[in-house]
Design a protein around this ligand. Sequence first.
Ligand code: PLP
Length: 377
Amino acid sequence: MFFDNASTTKIDKDIINNLEMINEEYYYNPGALYSKGRRTKSCIENCRKVIKECIGAEGDSTIVFTGSATEANNLAMFGVLKKNTRKILVSMGEHPSVYNTALEIKNRGYNVEFVNLDKTGRVDIVDFKQKLTSDVDIVSIMHVSNETGAINDIAELVKIAKNINPKVIFHTDGVQAIGKIGVSIEELGVDMYTMSAHKIHGCKGVGALYIKRGLKLKPIIFGGGQEFDLRSGTENVLGIYTLSKAVENATQNLNKNYSNIQSLKDEFINGIDGSGLKYYLHSNNDCSPYIVSISFDKCRSETILNMLNDKGIYVGNGSACSSKKSGNRILENMGVNKLEIEGNLRVSFSKYNTSEEVTVLVKELRNCITDYLQRAR
Ligand code: PLP
């Protein structure tokens, strides 16, 4: 039973079923001049168009396909960095692919400031406004937290930022938002927006960066000039197809999936509530229902995770990329105490989870924790 869907997801069956056809029809090099090459290129262009339509992006904006969302985040931040960039604001809640990129930029001598989170896991608006001086040239704030599911009001943050500096470049990591909560790029008003295929039932190793019309970036990978000179390397046609089809599938079923997942989250929390276990919830009602961050009293999450693993139940303890590191930058910044962080689990759902699975999860969690606490006495 897989409850770590914020780390990755299973590829949709209909996508897998189409891959053989895509491979037969479009295995040619999209850069080749003969007709099969041009057809392959037009397959990629069609994928770009599908994604743009799904996210409500204007026709003359750009989608650049990359080798991951991590790469898209790097491209976004380094791509707009200039010698004379004055100040960069990044939230403390960012995934390591943004946070560590910001640290690297800081190491290179730039003025980078980190905006704190409030208790709900969202960007603290007071701190944001305080640090948002008129010399801020770049802002990067994620849409949905991969730790807690907290949803930032990106449209409002963009408005505030552009009011202070109309030329500010606003980037948003939308990896945990796209295909899960409604995303309308035009309404958000962002300049760049990152997505990843494998979080929404596409394949691993494919991401994309939306770039607003007129915004100029410099590449971080050099070579043959594919993807508008922004991401050289022969395009991953199969991967790109899975991203566009995954975005399309998720967008078409957004409301249905959302309400099913909300029911699973409610069932999970009600179940835990009725279990008699002492717990602390770090994902409130306004969060994306896809992710639940929860801590159990006097427990070490790693042990509980392993006990569940032995029963064939897989949950996370924070972002998979940093789960082996101790502590949790995001929960710490939210003001969660050390003991709660030690006992923190991340349960994340997908459309393939069922109510029956949640019942088993609650029952086994209760068994594991009761066992653990008895042994610890
Ligand atoms: N951004 C967020 C919010 C994520 O949750 C993740 C994956 O955990 C990433 C970026 C990185 O995605 P990828 O695995 O495609 O590099």
